[in-house]
Design a protein around this ligand. Structure first.
Ligand code: SF4
Length: 349
C-alpha cells in the first residue's frame, strides 16, 4: 500500500495531523478562546489566562469520564461501543441537565484539566478497548484543548473517526475551524422557542444560534450519512430532539425548520429520556417526566411531516440514560440488551 492510499483510510483529523494543518486549527481555536467567543455566550473573557466565563471552565479540557458507551444511536455505538469522553463544565447549563454532576458547579466539575499527552493516552486506551469512534461529549467550551490531545494522539497511532456530540449551542466561527476535523456531528436541537430556551437554559438566543450551527454542520458533512461496510457511521449528521414536558421543546417547530432546511431524509433521533433532574423542580413546567402521550405525539408529527430516517427510542428505556458520574468508569447502565424499535408499531408489538 502506498502512503497516499494509506492516508485515504484515515479520518479527516488524522490526515490534517499528518499535513500539519491540525496545528494551525488549534492555533485558530486558541485565538477564539481569548477573549473567549468559542460558543454563542460570547463572554470575551481571557480563558488562556485562566479567566472563567459562563461555562466556569479554565484553560484546558478536564475529563470526567472516558468509557465505551452503548447507549448512542446504533450506527454510532455499534457492537463495541462508542468511545465517549465526557468533558466537565458546559456553556449551556440547562436547569434539567442529566449530567449536572459533571457539567455544573460541583466538585467533579472542578477537575484539573488533562494535559495534551494525558488526553492522547485516554483516546489511545479507548481505541485499545476496541470502540468504533471517539465521541466528544459537550466539547464546545474546551475544543482547542481537546484537539491538542488529538494531535498528540495521532503520534500514538489513534485513527478513530471523531464524533462531535453537542448541545447544538455552537458558535459558527468555532464550527468553521472544525471543517474537515469532525467526521460526525451529533447535535441536539433542544428548543424551537426563545422563551423556553430562556427559562430552561438561560439562552435567549438558542434557537437562532443552534439553527445556524446545524446549517453549518450540514454544509460540512451533508445529510446523506455515509456508513462503513460494518454499518457504522463514518461521516454525517444526526439531530437529536429531546421531548420535554408541556411541549417546552416545541418539537413541531424544530421539525418544520429541519424539513425546510435539510429535507425529510435527515437522520433524526426522537429522545424519550427526559426526567426532572438537577434543578428542574424549580420550574413547574419541567418538574415531571414526559408522558408516553407527549412522546408519541412527537413521533406522529415527524411521521406526518414525512421524515423517513427517524430513530424512535423505547419509551420504557429512560432509565438506561440516567448517568451516575460517581462511577466514572461506567456512568451508564449497559443498554445492549434492549433494542430500539424503528416505529411505534414495532414498539407496541
Ligand atoms: S466557551 Fe465558556 S467562556 Fe467561552 S464564550 Fe462560551 S461560555 Fe463563555
Amino acid at each position: 500500500m502506498t502512503p497516499e492510499t494509506d492516508t485515504q483510510d484515515l479520518p479527516g483529523w488524522a490526515r490534517l495531523a499528518r499535513s500539519g494543518d491540525l496545528e494551525d486549527r488549534i492555533g485558530r481555536l486558541r485565538e477564539l478562546a481569548s477573549p473567549c467567543r468559542l460558543c454563542p455566550r460570547d463572554c470575551r473573557v481571557p480563558r488562556l489566562q485562566g479567566a472563567l466565563g459562563h461555562c466556569r471552565t479554565g484553560p484546558g479540557a478536564p475529563v470526567a469520564s472516558a468509557t465505551a458507551h452503548f447507549g448512542e444511536e446504533p450506527e454510532i455505538s455499534g457492537t463495541r461501543g462508542s468511545g465517549t469522553v465526557f468533558f466537565t463544565g458546559c456553556s449551556l447549563r440547562c436547569l434539567y441537565c442529566q449530567n449536572h454532576q459533571i457539567s455544573q458547579g460541583t466538585d467533579m466539575a472542578r477537575k484539573d484539566p488533562s494535559s495534551p499527552g494525558g488526553l492522547a493516552r485516554i483516546y489511545r486506551s479507548l481505541q485499545d478497548r476496541g470502540v468504533h469512534n471517539l465521541n466528544w461529549v459537550t466539547p464546545s467550551h474546551v475544543v482547542p484543548w481537546a484537539l491538542e490531545g488529538l494531535l498528540e494522539a495521532a503520534s500514538l497511532g489513534v485513527d478513530l473517526p471523531l464524533v462531535y456530540n453537542t448541545s447544538g449551542y455552537d458558535a459558527l466561527a468555532t464550527l468553521q475551524v472544525l471543517e474537515g476535523v469532525v467526521d460526525v456531528y451529533l447535535a441536539d436541537l433542544r428548543y424551537g422557542d426563545d422563551e423556553a430556551a430562556t427559562i430552561c437554559s438561560g439562552a435567549p438566543d438558542y434557537v437562532p444560534a443552534s439553527r445556524a450551527a446545524i446549517r453549518e454542520m450540514a454544509r460540512q458533512v451533508g445529510t446523506e450519512n455515509s456508513l462503513g461496510p460494518d454499518g457504522l457511521l463514518r461521516r454525517g449528521l444526526v439531530i437529536r430532539l429531546l421531548v420535554l414536558p408541556n411541549d417546552l421543546a416545541s418539537i413541531r417547530d424544530s421539525l418544520a425548520f429541519l424539513k425546510a432546511e435539510l429535507g425529510t431524509g435527515v437522520r433524526i433521533a426522537l429522545m424519550a429520556q427526559y426526567f426532572p433532574a438537577h434543578r428542574a423542580a424549580e420550574e413547574p413546567l419541567l418538574s415531571r417526566p414526559v408522558s408516553a402521550g407527549e412522546y408519541w405525539r412527537a413521533v406522529e408529527w415527524a411521521d406526518r411531516m414525512g421524515f423517513h430516517n427517524v430513530l424512535v427510542q423505547e419509551f420504557e428505556a429512560q432509565r438506561f440514560y440516567r448517568p451516575d458520574f460517581q462511577r466514572p468508569q461506567e456512568p451508564f447502565e449497559d443498554s445492549r440488551h434492549f433494542a430500539m424499535p424503528v416505529s411505534r408499531e414495532d414498539a407496541e408489538r
